[in-house]
Design a protein around this ligand. Structure first.
Ligand code: HEC
Length: 70
């Protein structure tokens, strides 16, 4: 998150009003399914510059599947 997301998704002017600089923010969007869907969406990826490595995307998926361990 820090390396790939916070440039846009942090602070009071976070893109899409989505603040990913804290556990609750990431968990909340994780629970909607959009965290996993957008990080794997080749048409409209997050980060917008292009999909992250398979390994990084798998880490997010595993964290969601594992019950959002803090
Ligand atoms: C260059 C800026 C930028 C970066 C970097 C970025 N985002 Fe985004 N993100 C946006 C913008 C702008 C939107 C709103 C427009 C859209 O949905 O495409 C958005 C929307 C989203 C949404 C949809 C929110 C919703 O409510 O549906 C998710 C989920 C998301 N980003 C996750 C991420 C994640 C996770 C990362 C890091 C892996 C990331 N973003 C990196 C700019 C960025």
């Amino acid at each position: 998150m820090t390396n790939y997301c916070l440039t846009c998704h942090s602070g009071p002017a976070a893109s899409a009003g989505l603040n990913l600089d804290n556990y609750t923010g990431v968990r909340t969007i994780g629970e909607t399914g959009r965290l996993v869907s957008r990080t794997n969406d080749s048409q409209s990826p997050m980060p917008p510059s292009g999909l992250m490595s398979e390994e990084n995307r798998q880490k997010i998926q595993d964290w969601v599947n594992g019950g959002y361990q803090e």
